[in-house]
Design a protein around this ligand. Sequence first.
Ligand code: PMV
Length: 327
Amino acid sequence: MVTASAPGKVYLFGEHAVVYGEPAVPCAIELRAHVTVTERDSGLRVTAGDLTLDGFTVEYDGAASGRPDVDVSDSLIEAAMGYINEGIAQAKDAAGAENVGFDIAIESEIPLGAGLGSSAAVVVAAIEAATRELGVELSPEEIADRAYRVEHTVQDGQASRADTFCCAMGGAVRVEGDDCRVIEAPDLPFVIGYDGGAGDTGALVAGVRERKETYGFADDTVSAIGDLVREGEQALAEGDIAELGALMNFNHGLLSALGVSSRSLDAMVWAARDAGALGAKLTGAGGGGCIVALDDTPETETALEYTPGCKDAYRAALDTDGVRVED
Ligand code: PMV
């Protein structure tokens, strides 16, 4: 039996624009997904304790055909099964062990589909735990690459390397196309606001693509996000947290112009700014889910707790640890 964990992430800058080859800077946060894998003769048995898929248990023979009798949407079940299936296929491939089965238990503190990289964290931790269980040790870079292939398959080719690289490596990372690297970052006082919902990443990405193709100024907005990220990298290197906050505010405005914010995300962003946060923006695909703010005082977290539309608020410091095996 091996347990591995991997962190969730927030985008300091650059989501959506990264899809068109602009750079993005995601940062790992101290909210983790834990996956425990135990080898067995054949088949997969998956138990998810702490997800929206509460009490989700499914037993199947390796094909994602066994529909469990639980009251959650088919698309969520299919997505969860797809990630696990493909992750396990990558682990078996890496270990050259085709004919093994696994019991898999997932516990995650990361809300599903809310812009915090829950699927990447589960896939990365599953690949690490399953390969270790088979006696093989992969580098974090190889785990990131295999997890990216999983996301690429499950998300019909609509995935950047940002989530999977960030959560395998930990810390702050810079991703531009296939060029992924870990970058220096000061301790960042992240506060997260969660509206309890989720955005449809595929539809949101398609919406941005359509606006970009229809309007030259939407295309310019995507390029402007790229310019902003390059400024942001400079501020990060200099440890200039006030400048990072100002650029996060700007990035939220540009994302909003591209049509991916929502009333609840805007309400949380403004609550954070009014409470004195250095900056605040939506994180991830948008449409609903989470915002990220920078504030080293308790003010933003308290303000978010009282903001209508905010279901949960928490502090989540930058996590310099990527994927790791737990004792
Ligand atoms: O909401 P998330 O964490 O899946 O992030 C999506 C980020 C996008 O840039 C919108 C898409 C991508 O794959 O990079």
